[in-house]
Design a protein around this ligand. Sequence first.
Ligand code: HEM
Length: 400
Amino acid sequence: MFSREWESDPRPTYQQLHDTGPVHRVTLPSGSRAWLVTRHEDASAALANPSLIKDPLRFGKRSRGILSTLPDRLRTVLFRNILEMDPPEHTRVRKLVARPFSAARISRRLADVETRAVAMVDALPEREPVDIVRAFCSPYPLRIVCDLLGVPDSEESRLRVQRWARVLNAGHAADAGAYVECAGEAMAYLEELVALKRREPGDDLASAMVASQEEEDGLSPEEVIGTLFMLILAGHESTAHLLSMSLLELARDPELRRDLAEHPELLPNAAEEMLRYTSPVKLAPWRYAAHDLALAGTDIRAGEGVMVGVAAANMDPAVFPGPGRLDIRRAEAVRHLSFGRGIHFCLGAQLAKMEAAAAFRAVLNRFPDFTLAIAADSIEWQRGAMIRGPLALPLVFGSR
Ligand code: HEM
């Protein structure tokens, strides 16, 4: 587990894990030890288990690796967010952040999302290799999340956010000096954004969060910055990986492209199946046992780390027959755990699915044919245990 082979194709390892037992003791690339839950039923139960808590400070766990290189203020403001909170703090903050993510508000953005997708796909060069990660998969969801938050749509703003988001997303693989510098830039940028929204509020999420500071139990200034930061990173990286891995599958399979182009009514289920099959988030972020407990018959001690293997659960043959087959008509595709489950269920799930369906539609309408420009085994994959996706993906659009 966690080898280079696993990073490029983790599916065979998941098969072995399912065959050998429900809970495994693992050492993560960072050196930390944890329990890993892999079967769908157990993973689902673990994600919804209130005795598996998120706040690392409850057990005096301190930041390790690259996070520990950050000055205290940057670390505690930027990296303290709802993903690391437990009730009642989580309940209060999630309620405030969830409001603008209501199904009705998100569906109102469909036309904007489609327009962005079509414009960016139309600008792709033809008949020459283009790194689709840089040209589309990364900037498109970043722009959408920035639109949602109310980040100004200027060249200057776009370049600033892109720069620090790229370096900070690289996490442990980033250069430590650049990481600290970019965290400082992110903080300065978000402080400016908050000041702008206070002066000139708009119909956007950043303005709503700033306004919530006035409410009883509203967000604190640090929580506003931390949440904006988390939304920019969480709202674009995993979606970018979903898109690039889906385009890789489409590039390799002309029959799949044709089928989806001829049956656009399958787009929503295709997005669910791509989420299951590609699983951009391999492991849900850390949880800790609040007290001694048992998970699927394994004793876990208070304070021990538990990782929920959502990607492994998505390959569980007990729920997904023939899990290694990508099938856009798969009836049970929606049962994937790619967005988690329970109180931390992804707030951006509906948005991400909408973005994916719009992207597939835009690409297939414009380019019935596209191919991978390099051998599949020379693709470089993102390092690390948590997220899966290619660092670059050269594709050629249009017939050569
Ligand atoms: C394909 C794209 C995405 C995937 C695979 C994904 C995956 C996940 C997962 C697995 C969780 C749960 C983590 C846990 O239980 O510990 C989560 C939480 C979250 N996601 Fe996403 N996400 C995606 C896109 C987005 C987008 C577009 C946004 C916002 C614009 C977003 C915002 C959030 C937030 C705010 C949480 C925290 C919820 C909480 O802790 O209460 N995500 N996501």
